[in-house]
Write a protein that binds this ligand. Sequence first.
Ligand SMILES: [Zn+2]
Length: 58
Amino acid sequence: MEKDRLFRCASCGREFRLPGNERTFRCPDCRGKTLILLEGESVAKRKCAGCSASSCST
Ligand SMILES: [Zn+2]
């Protein structure tokens, strides 16, 4: 089970949590997509350990 992440919206400053399995990162207030990760695992680098292929789907 993945952990929640805590974000702050760069546009309106609202802080909110998203579940770890959430794939759509967007501010619930202003729909802004520029979010600052305050707590939790980074979402930018998704790479699985034993795989260097760009077609990796896990
Ligand atoms: Zn916002």
